[in-house]
Design a protein around this ligand. Structure first.
Ligand code: ADP
Ligand code: MG
Length: 240
């Protein structure tokens, strides 16, 4: 579903991604971990072409993406992204947040977009909040709306960048539950998170990024029981 070859990205003198090779299969859930500053967000942003890699190759569902020759907005429609800070449109209510891109970008008829939005709100258990504005919602509710909004574009892949890091602890579970449901339905997902319970239970593979390189990866059972790299061990000791 995603194929990344020798991806490099620098900001000025700072080489952030130093040759990333990564493949994500259809319906696979890959959990990306690593210390702050290791390049996790940059990698996700490159996968979604919010950020342009300096070199390397990215294929999405067998389509090799050449930025100069591809409509990147079309690619972004296929790769949904959920951020730490929700990024909902503050001046739109929940329903309008979900309908905006399908209507404006995909030119869906309003009625169809509204129906799909309500279906998605039911799925994230927020049907009764459709008329609320983001400021009237809790952090967990906002993040569930953000997930539903990404799903409204019918993406092939979902990227999550620390979706629960900004939440009060008691609100983390409801967001992880929505992500678990999504994984169970077969969505292909790349998730940056420090929630190791989620990683263990839902992840098909854990990928450890350190200083812009993948230093270790494996199935959660093997990865957590027997981390091979010293930096992985140190990182896990810090967060567990
Ligand atoms: P992580 O998500 O793993 O914490 P990031 O991908 O956000 O790491 O950042 C990796 C490195 O790149 C950090 O040193 C960060 O300061 C730097 N960085 C990220 N975005 C930018 C940017 N837009 N301009 C300059 N430096 C950046
Ligand atoms: Mg980050």
């Amino acid at each position: 579903m995603i194929k990344v070859k020798n991806l490099q990205k620098a900001y000025g003198d700072l080489q952030v991604l130093k040759g990333i090779d990564l493949e994500v299969k259809m319906s696979e859930v890959v959990v990306l971990i690593g210390s702050s500053g290791s390049g996790k967000s940059t990698l996700l942003r490159c996968l979604n072409f919010l950020e342009m890699a300096d070199s390397g190759e990215i294929s999405i569902n067998n389509q090799f993406i050449v930025p100069a020759r591809t409509d990147l907005n079309k690619v972004r429609e296929r790769v949904g992204m959920v951020f730490q800070h929700f990024n909902l449109f503050p001046h739109m209510n929940v329903l309008e947040n979900l309908m905006e891109a399908p209507v404006q970008v995909k030119r869906k008829p309003k009625e169809e977009a509204r129906k799909r939005a309500m279906d998605l709100l039911r799925k994230v258990d927020l049907e009764e909040k459709f008329h609320c504005y983001p400021e009237e919602l809790s952090g967990g509710q906002k993040q569930r709306v953000a997930i539903a909004r990404a799903l409204a574009m019918e993406p092939e892949i979902m990227l999550f960048d620390e979706p629960t890091s900004a939440l009060d602890p008691e609100l983390v579970g409801e967001v992880l539950q929505v992500m678990k449901d999504l994984a169970r339905e077969g969505m292909t997902m790349v998730v940056v998170t420090h929630e190791m319970g989620f990683a263990r239970e839902v992840g098909d593979r854990i990928v450890m990024l350190s200083e812009g390189q993948i230093i270790e990866q494996g199935h959660p059972s093997e990865f957590f029981a027997n981390p091979k790299h010293e930096r992985t061990r140190r990182f896990l000791n810090q967060i567990l």
